[in-house]
Design a protein. Structure first.
Length: 323
């Protein structure tokens, strides 16, 4: 079995722990359905051990990090928190003494969300590319200039260093670990069990155009944007979209652009190309992807994809397909 050690401390973000542990436990469940033994053993440790209260008030029982029985943990992940509990963790003498020695023997070392601050404070991320929550990218860069922060990625893998952005992206990173340790089929089974919309690759932006538009758009456009995302294979011309929200074409075009920061046509193209990137990362053919995202024939997809991402879709698929 592979040991997965999570390091927590008072005030930690519960989802940073619960999301990834659900993935690893889900992988064990998927294996059991195949009559195979579990692969992961999940351990949760803290500086002193005993009950540790999360930021949401839920209390978790932990083992003391100094008494960790495993000598060669496969993976160590430090979870994140808001500023005050994080600063306390960075200054905790027990963590500062124990984490480096554990890290030295670990196959994988990483963090979820702002947990990277703990590792960076110990010099364990020096020279490495990392991800963190978008709101913490600038402080991490400023405080630890020797760390190469990618402010956009969902998660970053740099050798044995695995770091993820905010909260739910810990799930994406854990799924990538499962795919590496076992196979992509098991990872996909876990994602399906967790009712995830998709397995998101690390290079995908933290700043989803869909989410940003929903945040900025007023209520009629919030519903419309969800409908657009579910109907990318259909003609999505302005007359149709305007009719769905009961506006004239001219009024719709003006209000949509003001609310979302994009013209309707531009927004639809961005949504289609982001969906195409996701589908290509699964190894689908250009013909299939072009049909699913409404950019048919494939030549139309190729032209738009290369214009937006600077790489041909076929080459992108070959580089990133989750085989």
């Amino acid at each position: 079995m592979q040991d997965i050690v999570f390091v927590v401390y008072p005030g930690f973000e519960l989802l940073d722990l619960a999301g990834p542990t659900s993935v690893f436990n889900g992988a064990n469940r998927a294996l059991s359905l195949r009559s195979q033994p579990p692969f992961y053993k999940i351990l949760v440790v803290s500086a002193a051990g005993g009950p540790v209260t999360s930021s949401s008030g839920i209390v978790l029982e932990t083992a003391a990090i100094a008494t960790l029985s495993t000598k060669h943990p496969a993976t160590i992940l430090v979870v994140g928190a808001e500023r005050e509990p994080l600063l306390a963790a960075v200054s905790d003498a027990a963590l500062r003494e124990a984490v480096p020695s554990l890290a030295a023997s670990a196959t994988r070392l990483g963090s979820v969300c702002t947990g990277g601050f703990v590792l960076a404070s110990l010099g364990l991320l020096d020279g490495h590319a990392v991800a963190t929550h978008w709101d913490s990218s600038e402080p991490l860069t400023r405080t630890f200039p020797q760390v190469k922060v990618n402010p956009d990625a969902l998660y970053v893998v740099d050798g044995r260093i695995w770091t993820s952005a905010g909260v739910t992206t810990g799930i994406d990173m854990a799924l990538a670990m499962v795919a590496q340790d076992l196979d992509a089929t098991v990872a996909s089974e876990v994602a399906k069990r967790l009712v995830l919309y998709a397995r998101r690759p690390g290079y995908q932006s933290q700043f989803s155009p869909l989410l940003q538009a929903q945040v900025k758009g007023d209520s009629p456009f919030g519903e419309l944007i969800g409908w657009i995302q579910s109907n990318l294979d259909q003609p999505l011309e302005v007359p149709l979209l305007a009719a769905r929200v009961g506006m004239t074409e001219r009024t719709f075009h003006r209000k949509f652009a003001a609310a979302t920061g994009e013209t309707p046509a531009r927004f639809v193209e961005i949504a289609r190309l982001d969906a195409a990137r996701m589908l290509l990362s699964r190894g689908l053919s250009l013909k299939s992807v072009a049909a699913q995202v409404g950019l048919f024939p494939p030549a139309r997809l190729a032209e738009a994809f290369e214009r937006r991402f600077g790489i041909a879709p076929r080459l992108f698929r070959d580089m990133h397909a989750q085989l």
